[in-house]
Each structure stands twice: as C-alpha cells, then as structure tokens.
Design a protein around this ligand. Structure first.
Ligand code: CA
Length: 423
C-alpha cells in the first residue's frame, strides 16, 4: 500500500525547507563515492544515500531483489525490475529516512550510508538507447514559427493535431556539469552567396524536461493514453543545446541534425512519477479535439516550476527565464501514445524530451532565440554585459521544483559551461 501522498513527512536527516530533496522526493541516480565504484544513490537534503551499502546490510532483502542491482553503473537494470519493485524500494527508503523510524538508532545509521552530495560524483544515470525530442509547447512553436516563417500562420497545419517530434541522438547526452564545446559547422549568413564554415555564432539553450521509459512495449503494439504512465519511470531536466545558425541552414526538409546532436545536458537525479503525484494538474484546453487515440482522461500534466540562470565567466548566476512544465499543450501520455501508435517499440532507458517549454509572457520563454527575439532585444546582465546568444565561458543552469502545502519535490540542476570551439 502506498502511504497518503499528501501527508507531510519529516526525515531525521536535516532537510532545509527549500531543499529539492525532501523525504517526499527520493529520486534515483548513479554516483561514485571517492575512490570507489559507481552505484545507485538517492538524495535527501544535502546528502546522497548509498543504496549499495544499504543492500549489503540487507535492507532490501525481503523485496526479493538481487543485491548486485544496486551496484550497477546505470539505472537500467533497476528500472527493469518494474514499477512494483522500484516503488517498494522507494517506500523502503522513505521508511528508513522517516523520523518515525524507531527500530534503529538514527545517529548511527547516518554514519554508514549517507555522504555529503559534494563528495559524490554524479554520473549519467541511464544507458540511453534512443532519444526523441518533442515540440509540445504551443507558445514556443508559435514564437519560432513567427520568427522563421509567417507571424500570421506561425503553427504548421499538423501542430494542433499531433505532438510533433524528431528522433535525436542519444550518444551526446551528458550529465550536468559536463563542459559543452561550441560546435563548428556550415552556415549561410544573411547576405552571403555561399555557405561558410566555422564555430557556431548563435549558440542557444532550450529549457526542456525529459521522461525516462520504464517499461517496454512489443514492436507492433501501441500504448494507449490510459496506460502511458505505466511506461514512464520518471523525469529529469533537459537542456537541448542548439546552434541556431547551423539549424537555420540545414533543417529543411528533414528537421534538425548537426545543430542539435553535439550535446544535450540532463540533471543527474531521476524523479519518479510517484514523487510528482501531489502536483498533477490540468493541461491547456485543446483548441481542436484530437483524434481518439490522443484523447485521455484525468489530469496528465504536472505543475513544475522551471527556471534558467545564466552565469558569465566573471559574473554571478542571473535568472533569465521562469517557466512551468504545465504550459505544455501535449502531455506525456499523449506524446507516448503518439510515439507508439505506429507500433514503434520503446526500450527501458530511452528518453523523450518535451521540447522547449515556453510560457505566455516574454519572461517565460525557454530559449535565447525567443528571449532576445532572434537577437534583436539583447538580455542585459548585472555585470553590465549583454547577450544575444551564448558566449564561451557562459554557464547555463536549469532548475525545477514542485511545491505545495509544505511538500517540495525538486530536480536539482542541469548545468553546463560553454568552452571554445576546436580550431
Ligand atoms: Ca528541442
């Protein structure tokens, strides 16, 4: 039985009220303690809790899970246990960390499996087989369509009928903190008569979230919107780094290619749908009723506050965007149903990103392209500099959290610093 998701719990670990990692969260990640091997961790307050150590001491033995699973270098084998088992592990961790705990002496427990998060190197938590990027924010699609095509017909005719997406590249998805090298490529600047080659001049971020596939469908067998959430293990923050000048020259007719596949950054902790349960909310009212396979019942969206901070090489982090996951027109259940309606098989560890999450006003736009309106309205920074697009040495920090009635569940951050192109 699951405990009441709306009861406020407290942990015997000291957790600040503004921590993303309350006892209501209990995300999963892969970390490496100093001088040791990778293994599963969860986060609580400022600490990372070592699941390998807990497993070695028999804390999960009655759940009938091979102890070696907790010593894996990715979450894939753990996720493959299925929701019943992963949910039981999460509940066991909540029981261990709950201040109602009376079987053990908490002060002694703390010594043997909790490490300060600063001491643990967080690694890419998944072996990502395939990666799909949706385009599900109406505001973003409208802004981009208005800038690059026609302000009067910004949305293409299919947009309100299906969740548009493309298949990206999994090999360049990296964990938060990994430096991002400015890509080189082919562009056709305004007024030029032939293409040029060199470092991208219009480097951008895209504020997105991504869900992790937690269950596989057989090839040829679609997943309905009703069942879609059974196939989602959890969510991470996602920065889809984008080279706008390369994109503009290459994207027609098949969509983005080298402008996107040089790097994407994810946050290290996967937050489960169970943890997000208290934050369910409605989706924007559809303008056109979609085909039956894209219809759904219930609240399938989540109220997750998102922000992007930009830190120059010499400055402090400065928030340049505040958005919310709830703005997405197409929800994850619809995205997953559409992705599989032709029989496409999903595999455990695959990632599906939301597309840039822009909101209704210009402080909520999820890319530099929109925030500066294609570079025409530069962002003024506190150190006196301005930005149209990203400079070498700039750090982009994405954060996200849900908060309600004393319960806070957050994602930590997805951070990346731009380093100069190879010359
Ligand atoms: Ca994108």
């Amino acid at each position: 039985m699951m405990s009441n998701p709306n009861r406020v719990l407290r942990s015997w670990v000291d957790v600040s009220p503004d921590s993303d990692f309350s006892i209501h969260n209990i995300p999963f990640g892969i970390g490496r303690p100093p001088g040791s091997t990778p293994r599963l961790f969860t986060a609580i307050g400022q600490y990372a809790a070592d699941l390998q150590v807990l497993a070695e001491h028999g804390f999960f033995d009655d759940l009938d899970i091979d102890r070696a699973i907790f010593s894996s270098s990715t979450l894939n084998p753990f996720i493959a246990l299925g929701r019943e088992k992963t949910r039981a592990v999460r509940q066991r961790l909540i029981d261990i960390l709950d201040d109602d705990l009376d079987e053990w002496d908490a002060s002694q427990l703390k010594e043997f499996f909790l490490l300060p998060q600063t001491k643990v190197s967080m690694l890419l938590p998944l072996q990502i087989g395939d990666y799909t990027d949706f385009y599900s924010s109406r505001e973003h699609a409208t802004n981009v369509g208005a800038m690059f095509r026609d302000p009067q017909n910004a949305l293409l005719p299919n947009w309100l009928h299906l969740p548009v997406a493309y298949h990206g590249r999994a090999s360049s998805i990296v964990v938060s903190g990994t430096p991002i090298r400015r890509p080189q490529g082919q562009t056709m600047p305004d007024g030029a008569s032939s293409p040029q080659f060199g470092p991208s001049r219009l480097l951008d971020f895209e504020l997105e979230m991504a869900f992790v596939i937690g269950r596989e469908n057989a090839m040829g067998h679609p997943v309905s919107t009703a069942d879609a959430e059974d196939y989602i293990f959890g969510l991470v923050l996602f920065n889809d780094w984008s080279a706008r000048d390369i994109q503009r020259w290459e994207y027609q007719p098949l969509g983005p290619f080298l402008s996107k596949n040089f790097a994407s950054t994810i946050s290290p902790w996967v937050v489960t749908l169970d943890a997000l349960e208290p934050f369910r909310c409605t989706s924007p009212e559809p303008e056109i009723a979609p085909l039956p396979y894209l219809q759904y019942t219930g609240n399938r969206n989540f109220d997750i506050q998102l922000e992007v901070a930009l830190q120059t090489a010499s400055g402090a982090p400065h928030t340049i965007c505040r958005s919310n996951f709830r703005y997405l027109y197409w929800n994850m259940s619809q995205q997953l149903a559409h992705h599989t309606i032709n029989g496409c098989p999903l595999r455990i560890g695959d990632l599906c990103a939301s597309g840039t999450i822009s909101g209704p006003n210009n402080e909520s736009y999820g890319s530099m392209l929109e925030l500066t309106w294609r570079g025409t309205q530069p962002i003024q920074l506190p150190d006196g500099s301005e930005r149209r697009f990203l400079h070498d040495g700039d750090t982009v920090i994405m954060r996200g959290f849900a908060q309600k009635e004393g319960i806070r569940v957050g994602f930590g951050e997805a951070r990346g610093t731009l380093i100069p192109a190879l010359q």
